[in-house]
Design a protein around this ligand. Structure first.
Ligand code: AMP
Length: 423
């Protein structure tokens, strides 16, 4: 199918062609006609599926067809992070470059002056993170009276990141008569409830990017004490086959600590998290993307929305509190059909998190039993309640060794499936 068959108007088609896109992605193919029919939409999709264009293209088209447009914000896009907000704004700039539709982005952590100046000049599409939006609404810079269309992006992340109350507060300010597009990668009960409250007779669109299917990613688990996690990480990074890695920590403080340890060990790294300035985060990301940095250490909040191609290794230095976050994290590797490896550390305090993750993914993460830091590990083996073996060709215990050319043998570690009982 070509974009033309989706009845996209000429100025947008031209921009899409200039972007080098020829074929719509599955979510675009499904969602664009529904949005153009002015249906409410429930989209189950995550970053990497082309979901931004799936809503940006029809939104631009709807507005373009209303020309000459009345003043006021007509479309609000709410997204959890600055990085995502910036990326969405860039997409509107790209796909809308021949439409003259005005869009701007607002997010916290930077001065509001530039943002309020842009708002004063007038915008048709506003892309926002929840905190700054409420702030500027309270200051009287933003009115949503003219709103026709509301997009809630990454709803489950809003929940994970504690933004759900801000989102609900924003929703109370929206005109009841509007079109709503709701996107979420997962549908935990609270998100389902929010979707039910927000949407009227929605069309449902669901895509699972093949590259982020959990089963396709080589996963391994190390039991290790909290104190020895840095040592184990450095030990594993001795493997030259790990050219780049994304390391997830639970806290900003933890991310900084890991970077300090890397500095001392001569491993080039940088941290991205909410306390870093926007400039510092963008610089770290571009240094990582163009190979100046080997390791990027991130908290979940900061990492959300980062689009890095060909990321082969993800380390869970700490296990996430929310089990779905594990799936999001490891889904950053193994994209576009590439092989991906996700290595998780679990200390004695993280047993509950591990149990929840294994329950969600339906199998026990293959355990590496032999490594230099087992002595103080103090973890009773946590077994998934349902043993659903990974559905791909990954044979526990052997995959890494048969795959030496790409990953090396990870310093001689030995894999095994988990057994019940204490270690
Ligand atoms: P998203 O899921 O919106 O973050 O998009 C993921 C990536 O796919 C972005 O880098 C887009 O530029 C790219 N993309 C989106 N739609 C298409 C398309 N139809 N063809 C090729 N690339 C696309």
């Amino acid at each position: 199918m070509a974009f033309k068959q989706l009845e996209i108007i000429e100025p947008i088609l031209k921009a899409i062609t200039e972007e080098g896109y020829t074929t719509p992605t599955p979510i675009q193919e499904q969602a664009i006609p529904l949005v153009l029919q002015r249906k409410d939409l429930l989209g189950c999709a995550q970053t990497g599926t082309g979901k931004t264009a799936a809503f940006a293209i029809p939104v631009l088209q709807i507005l373009h067809e209303q020309k000459p447009m009345a003043p006021g914000i007509k479309v609000l896009i709410l997204t959890p992070t600055r990085e995502l907000a910036i990326q969405i704004n860039e997409s509107f700039a790209a796909y809308g470059r021949h439409t003259g539709i005005r869009h701007t982005v607002i997010f916290g952590g930077v001065s509001q002056l530039q943002q309020t100046n842009a708002l004063k000049r007038g915008v048709d599409v506003l892309i926002a993170t929840p905190g700054r939006l409420l702030d500027l609404m309270n200051q009287g810079f933003i009115s949503l009276r003219s709103l026709q269309l509301f997009v809630l992006d990454e709803a489950d992340r809003m929940l994970d990141m504690g933004f759900i109350h801000d989102v609900k507060r924003v929703i109370t300010k929206l005109p009841p008569k509007r079109q709503t597009l709701f996107f979420s990668a997962t549908m935990p009960p609270e998100i389902q409830k929010l979707a039910n409250a927000l949407l009227t007779d929605p069309a449902k669109v669901e895509v699972t990017p093949p590259s982020t299917t959990v089963e396709k990613i080589q996963q391994s688990l190390y039991y290790v004490s909290k104190q020895e996690k840095p040592g184990l990480l450095l030990h594993l990074l001795k493997d030259p086959a790990i050219s780049t890695a994304l390391v997830f920590t639970r806290t900003k403080h933890g991310a900084n600590k890991v970077v300090k340890i890397f500095d001392r060990a001569g491993v080039s790294s940088a941290a991205i998290h909410g306390n870093k300035s926007q400039t510092a985060r963008q610089k770290a990301l571009s240094d990582f993307k163009n190979g100046k940095l080997r390791v990027l250490v991130a908290t979940d909040i900061a990492a959300r929305g980062i689009d890095i191609d060909e990321l082969a290794h993800v380390f869970n230095f700490d296990l996430p509190d929310v089990p779905e976050t594990y799936v999001h994290r490891i889904g950053r590797t193994g994209r576009a059909g590439n092989a991906g490896t996700a290595i998780s550390f679990c200390s004695g305090e993280e047993r509950t998190e591990l149990k929840d993750i294994q329950k969600l993914i339906g199998f026990s993460i293959p355990l590496v039993e032999e490594h230099p830091f087992t002595a103080n590990a103090d973890v009773t083996t946590v077994q998934a309640p349902v043993q659903r073996p990974p559905q791909h060709s990954f044979k526990r215990g052997r995959n890494f060794r048969t795959n030496k050319s790409r990953t090396g043998n990870h310093n001689g570690r030995k894999y095994s499936s988990q057994r019940s009982g204490s270690r």
